[in-house]
Design a protein around this ligand. Sequence first.
Ligand code: PMP
Length: 351
Amino acid sequence: MSRFWSPVVHKLTPYVPGEQPKLTNLIKLNTNESPYGPPPGALEAIRAATDDTLRLYSDPTSEGLRAAIARAHGVEMDQIFVGNGSDEVLAHAFHALLQHEGPLLTPDITYSFYPVYCGLYGIAHEPVPLDDAMRIEVADYLRPCAGIVLPNPNAPTGIALGLGRIETLLRAHPDRVVVIDEAYVDFGADSAIPLVRHFPNLLVIRTLSKSHALAGLRVGYAIGQAELVEALNRVKDSFNSYPLDRLAQAGAAAAIADREWLARTTGKIIQSRIRLTSGLRDLGFEVLPSQANFVFVRHPDRDAAFLAAALRERSIIVRHFRTPRIAAWLRITVGTDTECGILVDALGAIL
Ligand code: PMP
């Protein structure tokens, strides 16, 4: 890299996104997208918004979208922050946490963007080890820190934390922000959004990329008390005042309004996860108890890198992380029942 850039950039270890190949005859189970198309109303709204008004800037406050979110979750407009994917919402939250005393605590095995943001913003980071069953041990987070960021359910394990445990964290850190990243919450875990009214230090982050089948639209949001959200708006307006384009605002608002579609598709994915889990266990895999749209698995006799490569040869892509702590595991997105069936048959043949 050119020596003209700052030392901060030289030291960055960027996030490595999952592979996004062209979808020709591939079964893509590597980045936790929905196997179903987006809510039809979202596509209609995007089509309707595709007109001459695209020459105009988008609404910087995403009012229509925030109104839809407010209705869906029973919160106030000023308790909602929206961004260009939850990655961007998370980035602003990390940025706003800068310069607190102590390290930011996250699980050691978790969404790998968290350490990247810490590196980017120069935040001291302390990864807290999961327990032997790969669970988050809340007792290990009750010490002085700059803040806490946890996915619930955690990724890539899929294991969820009960709301009582989250309340323990919030009570232990009345002067620190606790960020709960609920990217996968719609697949069976309890949302912390009802706790927002009781805890001024709670920020819940959501995405439309998973349960709403709109990863390509790039929309995420955060819910917290108005004072917490105000800080995120300040960071956003110092960075990019129009993060959500007109099509994203229109499509996301329509998607969020369709609660019936959400319940139906997440219900189907949960059923497929149950079938996939038992199919994999029958083949001898250890499968962690997942509340997400993916399962985290390992086989006692077979190397995960070998399995991922053998699946790839059969046009099935799953996620294998090279990080030493989890290199024995595969993360497999729950696809349709047909896709899951093809995957299980392929693994049976490979083993
Ligand atoms: N949080 C977690 C835990 C995730 O796994 C992901 C998806 N990679 C994200 C946030 C980001 O999702 P998006 O930017 O698509 O909203």
